[in-house]
Design a protein around this ligand. Structure first.
Ligand code: DLL
Length: 432
């Protein structure tokens, strides 16, 4: 293990962690109340003063912050440090509305790099490794975060950025990359290209650190088998820092939240009520160590479960489950709640790869759901089942999973565009 297995913190008793979090929370709340007019206004409106926050048991008294608040306060409204102390920004892609910009002091960058270093170590990384970073570099946090973490661990770091698949595979084989960091959809695309090139036996990868988008357990198994690696989930969001807010360990059963820096809560997305651990709800984060952009009770819109069951790895930090979707990516089709991950699970269980598209539309006042999925080369050479039979089977399995009927189109291999970053798989024409 490298230096970034921070055992004294990562395996701290619950009691000690609560004490540490409480101290940091009290200080952070005071600081934002005094330095950021937005927080003062929000807390005053709710009738809460910094003196009311004495420990993490008082966290629920603080108001929530939403993505809309961030947009309203764009760009500098939530900044808690003078600009002269900030050294970098990152930003979300801003596909829906104004971009969100997050600010970092050097302390914030160090803290973030540490979080990513912990993730790399938890995936078995050390200074013996060659770490290929194929997340995008730039305003997106994926490249910069894992790059910083890889340096801290002492890996030989390949800052490839995303795309240029030929070059990725060339460096992977020539330099003997052992860890791959990218989105799961790009990992699947790289695996497909490696297979086509017939260079699988020249690949030395042992682990992948994949996140930034939803992926199913079935997709994990496919990637692990095709690349011959262990694939670990990593979670994060620009507003809170970037990748490394939580990460998987060798148990590959949920992601440990870096609780010494971020307090996680689960709330009912409708009422805002805090839910007990073990219940599905919206994830909310409070930053207790950051300087420039320390969001308090930020509603992520991500749905998951938090659990404190003992983990075989020895880490005591709370674990969040694989994301079950986002409050805003849940599709309501003919009155039924549909998560894209449910559709992916059905497709992969039937032997398809994650090369699919979900198209929702409204025709004659009724919602339509079409699923396009590529046939795999293996299925093409298997003559025991025809295309229409395959389509019927998928329609039946989707109906059983979702409770509604979908129209399925099985399309030729390579007809659905591959993704080098976050895959866009849902086209909701009702919103266009
Ligand atoms: O995606 C940060 C990141 C980069 C995480 C690299 C992991 C690896 P944003 O672009 O701000 O930041 O998008 C954040 O992506 O709220 C989730 O909805 C989604 N997301 C992130 N990680 C996962 C994951 C980065 N492991 C949004 N599983 C989040 C599912 C994820 N969804």
């Amino acid at each position: 293990m490298g230096n970034y297995y921070q055992k004294e913190i990562e395996c701290m008793s619950r009691e000690d962690m609560k004490k540490l979090q409480s101290e940091k929370l009290v200080n952070s709340v005071k600081r934002v109340y005094e330095n950021v007019p937005f927080y003062k206004r929000k807390m005053d409106e709710k009738g809460v003063t910094p003196n009311d926050i004495k420990s993490i048991d008082d966290l629920h008294k603080l108001p929530f912050i939403t993505k809309d608040d961030l947009r309203d306060e764009y760009p500098y409204g939530l900044l808690a440090k003078p600009l002269s102390e900030c050294v970098r920004i990152h930003s979300t892609s801003g596909t829906t509305g104004k971009r969100v910009v997050a600010f970092y002091t050097q302390h914030d960058i160090d803290l973030w790099d540490d979080c990513c270093a912990r993730a790399i170590v938890a995936a078995g990384g050390s200074n013996e490794d060659v770490c290929q970073i194929a997340y995008g570099f730039g305003l997106f946090t994926g490249g910069a975060g894992l790059n910083g973490g890889s340096h801290k661990v002492g890996c030989l770091t390949l800052p490839m950025s995303s795309g240029n698949t030929e070059r990725q595979i060339q460096f992977m084989t020539d330099l003997g990359s052992t860890i791959l960091c990218c989105t799961p959809s790009y990992a699947a695309y790289l695996a497909e290209s490696i297979k086509e090139k017939g260079v699988k036996d020249r690949i030395k990868l042992k682990a992948g650190i994949f996140g930034a988008e939803a992926w199913s357990e079935e997709m994990r198994k496919n990637i692990e088998n095709s690349l011959g690696i262990k694939a670990y989930d990593i979670y994060g969001l620009t507003e809170i820092s970037g990748p490394g807010v939580s990460f998987e360990c060798e148990a590959q059963d949920g992601m440990h939240v870096n609780e010494d820096h971020f307090i996680a809560e689960i709330i009912d997305p409708k009422t805002g009520e805090v839910l007990p651990e073990g219940t599905v709800g919206e994830l909310v984060f409070t930053c207790i160590d950051k300087e420039a952009f320390p969001l308090m009770r930020y509603r992520t819109r991500d749905l998951c479960v938090l659990t404190r069951d003992p983990c075989p790895c020895g880490r005591t930090h709370v674990k969040m489950s694989r994301l079950m979707g986002r409050t805003d990516d849940m599709l309501i089709i003919r009155g039924v709640n549909v998560f894209p991950s449910q559709i992916e699970t059905v497709l992969i269980k039937n032997g398809y790869e994650a090369n699919y598209q979900i198209i929702v539309d409204r025709v004659n006042n009724s919602d339509t759901l079409d699923v396009n999925v590529e046939i795999t080369p293996e299925m093409l050479s298997d003559t025991t089942m025809g295309i229409s039979e395959r389509e019927k089977k998928l329609v039946a399995d989707l109906k059983a999973m979702l409770g509604i009927k979908a129209v399925v189109h099985i399309v030729e291999p390579k007809t659905i565009a591959r993704s080098e970053g976050k895959a866009v798989r849902i086209i909701d024409k009702r919103k266009i």
